[in-house]
Design a protein around this ligand. Sequence first.
Ligand SMILES: *[C@@H]1O[C@H](CO)[C@@H](O)[C@H](O)[C@H]1NC(C)=O
Ligand SMILES: *[C@@H]1O[C@H](CO)[C@@H](O)[C@H](O)[C@H]1NC(C)=O
Ligand SMILES: [Zn+2]
Length: 382
Amino acid sequence: MQWYTVLAFCFIALVGAQEAELPLADICDAETCQLPDCRCSSTQIPGNLQPRDTPQFVMVTFDDAINVINIETYNELLNNRKNSNGCTAGATFYVSHEYTNYQLVNELYNKGLEIALHSISHRTPQTYWKEATYETVKREFGDQIGQMAHFANIPKDSIKGVRMPFLQMTGNSTFQVISETSLEYDCSWPTVTYKNPGLWPYTLDFSSTQDCVVPPCPSAAISNSWVLPMIAWEDLNGTACAMVDSCFAVPDHSDADAWFEFISANFERHYKGNRAPFGFFIHEWYLSTYPQVKLGLAKFLDSINKIPDVFMVNSKDVIEWVKNPVPVDEYANRPCKVPAQAPCSRASCGPLSAEHTQMSYYMQVCSKCPRVYPWLDNPLGA
Ligand SMILES: *[C@@H]1O[C@H](CO)[C@@H](O)[C@H](O)[C@H]1NC(C)=O
Ligand SMILES: *[C@@H]1O[C@H](CO)[C@@H](O)[C@H](O)[C@H]1NC(C)=O
Ligand SMILES: [Zn+2]
């Protein structure tokens, strides 16, 4: 045997060993698993608060690339929106790289909204994600942190969240990458079982009790990694759906009032229950295709923005509260977070050739123009 063959075998053995090394998660021990860094998967309200003392968080989130078309909807729905305590209302964008306009990302960030990750390639087929190894997830999300920070000129440590394309779980890999980077949480994991009472965010230090809707789900013990469950909605027939645009039996798309009622009914299950964070998870196309749905949503947001114990926030703010839960009175009276301003020296770049396809791209950035269109293994387009 040649020496390099031996080396190759050693290398494979090492890599194999490293992957097998993840310890299997044990049943959660509430004595050792304590906030702020550990929480068992549970429907119990953090800090053992009573529902009436618990802020009802509302998370509005949008997925995919941000461009000059969908920014219209975002501005229309979110500009100048405030919670009842006068603080700016939040929303979260799970941004995929291809076709994203990074100058618009910078603008959203400067409005105090959350910029989170949805992968560099967002590629098909879905099995690519289902089978994604640690290395793949690291290239898609680990590298996207620096890419986003660079082109939108926003701080790396402002980027905390990820959502998998197609909500396809990868087993342990995504959470391993979260654990080993500055990322903090994943919001791709739907729960149908824990709708009412709803499942609060938790960590993966111990084994999860959450139902696995899109396997494979994680089973290793992984610290520094939060799950922000996507608590399913019920459509008009009581069938569960994780994203609003995937609900089947829905009101007439031309009836804004019926949509207002539909959204409100789902909200009330949370608000009158254990106040687990309520999600309105959607793709922008649904709202621009159905303007009356958008109107129903705007009406709903107007209504909750008047309720003293309801807060429309960035998803990462929910994790922050769960780590250090305080009663709603105290929470409402905190000084508002002032959005940090990130400057943008605008550059319009292109045509840029892409290494992964024959196409060329144009790109709006807050940085110097890249040499080629950024992609996997060359996230800055150097
Ligand atoms: C996750 O890690 C655990 C513990 O090492 C392992 O048993 C399980 O098979 C892993 N899951 C996947 C999908 O690889
Ligand atoms: C809702 O359920 C009823 C009864 O099962 C069925 O007849 C109806 O078609 C369903 N509606 C939709 C939109 O699926
Ligand atoms: Zn997507």
